[in-house]
Unconditional design. Structure first.
Length: 400
């Protein structure tokens, strides 16, 4: 049985997050999207943890449920420290098997920083020290570097990251078994680094509002899901249990290309290098994007043939497809009404985007929307790349 998991999200207690990010809304939108396992996000925040403790029902297997949706206890921590003469800023996803384990982790982390200040706390602690604290508190907890290519706050980020896993985690490197690729990269980009071959590539939404759940996700086949089962499937990449990922088109991510938002400058890596990575308008350094950073560290032109790789699918959210098909804004009532109708008709978004045949949808889905769904499935999209915090623009060719 396919299980779609989105393990990296945020609660309403994180900065710049929708006030609707509470348990009832998360469960409701998980059903709308077709997500079977959702991360709680933000378990380090005292108030959110209280709501999780009150609202989640333990299944006895390291997972919990609320309103028939499974949850795993997760949080993201922003670690900031100085190493080798540079300030390092790395975001890390932490997974835990029980609220009691979370309470121990939080107790020890609270000695380092203020966990109540933000759902994603900022701690003046190295990745190595964070690993020590978490694993001393709970041996079966896991750390996964989050959105590893984002320029400002990630393992390989151009502004504050490292060139290798070993530089960041030192003696704990062997315990890191997965990385989160982030919205601005996809598996083939990561496959270009042989140093990442032993790591499992996972994807999550990093959602700050309910409708963004599942914009990226990880797929499993686990007839009897459990915390240990999810972790083992990721560690082993057993193809019968780890089925791959659902991806954003990386060009749509807001850090794919290089650029300077204030000046409206967006450049490919080659173009940026031709300008010495300096904005041609204002003369300040460009924000070096994900593709450029991958090019810097890659030791292959194409890693597709190097190993047997888990599959992935690149999608465009259904609301965006409807918006373009009907030629109206994505936030309009027209899109909301049609989206609700399709969910009521077909149960959930992933079933529409991934599973239903064209024949099953013909006559029940407006023709332009159906054409858009099929174009997205075939990869027939045109994208203006994102840069320096600006999302890329996807165009689905529907008129020819």
């Amino acid at each position: 049985m396919r299980l779609i998991a989105d393990l990296h999200i945020h609660s309403r207690f994180s900065r710049a997050t929708s006030p609707r990010m509470d348990l009832p809304a998360l469960a409701r939108w998980a059903k709308i999207k077709g997500i079977g396992l959702l991360g709680t996000g933000d378990f380090t925040h005292p108030q959110w943890l209280k709501e999780l403790r009150d609202g989640l029902v333990p299944e006895g297997n390291g997972l919990y449920h609320h309103d028939d949706v499974r949850f795993m206890l997760t949080t993201e921590i922003s670690a900031i420290w100085s190493q080798d003469g540079r300030v390092r800023k790395v975001h890390l996803l932490v997974l835990a098997p029980a609220i009691e384990a979370v309470e121990r982790i939080n107790r020890d982390l609270s000695l380092i920083g203020n966990l109540a200040s933000d759902g994603r706390p900022i701690l003046g602690i190295s990745a190595q020290r964070l690993a020590e604290v978490v694993w001393n508190a709970e041996e079966t907890a896991e750390l996964i570097p989050a959105h590893v290519w984002t320029p400002w706050f990630s393992l390989f980020g151009s502004r504050s990251g490292f060139d290798s896993l070993e530089e960041c985690f030192g003696p704990y490197t062997k315990r890191i078994f997965a990385i989160e690729t982030g919205l601005s990269s996809d598996p083939p980009m990561n496959w270009r680094l042989s140093a990442l071959d032993h790591l499992t590539l996972i994807s999550n939404s990093d959602a700050h509002s309910p409708s963004k759940l599942g914009r990226e996700a990880t797929l499993f086949d686990l007839p009897d899901p459990s915390y240990a089962g999810v972790i083992d499937a990721m560690k082993t990449r057993d193809p019968s249990r780890f089925l791959g990922t659902i991806e954003f088109h990386p060009q749509e991510g807001k850090y794919h290309y290089d650029g300077h938002r204030k000046c409206g400058i967006v450049l490919s890596p080659r173009e940026a290098i031709a300008h010495d990575n300096i904005c041609p308008v204002c003369g300040k350094p460009l924000t070096i994007g994900v593709l450029h950073r991958v090019e810097d560290l890659a030791d292959r032109d194409d890693g597709r043939a190097a190993l047997v790789r888990p599959p992935f699918r690149s999608l465009v959210p259904l609301e965006e497809i409807i918006s373009q098909a009907l030629k109206v804004g994505v936030k309009t009532k027209t899109v909301s009404r049609e989206y609700t109708h399709l969910i009521e008709e077909f149960r959930d978004e992933f079933r529409i985007l991934l599973d239903l045949s064209q024949e099953e949808m013909e006559g029940r889905v407006p023709s332009r929307i159906l054409r858009g769904i099929m174009r997205v499935r075939s990869g027939d999209v045109q994208i203006s790349p994102g840069y320096d915090g600006v999302y890329g623009q996807v165009r689905i060719p529907l008129d020819f």
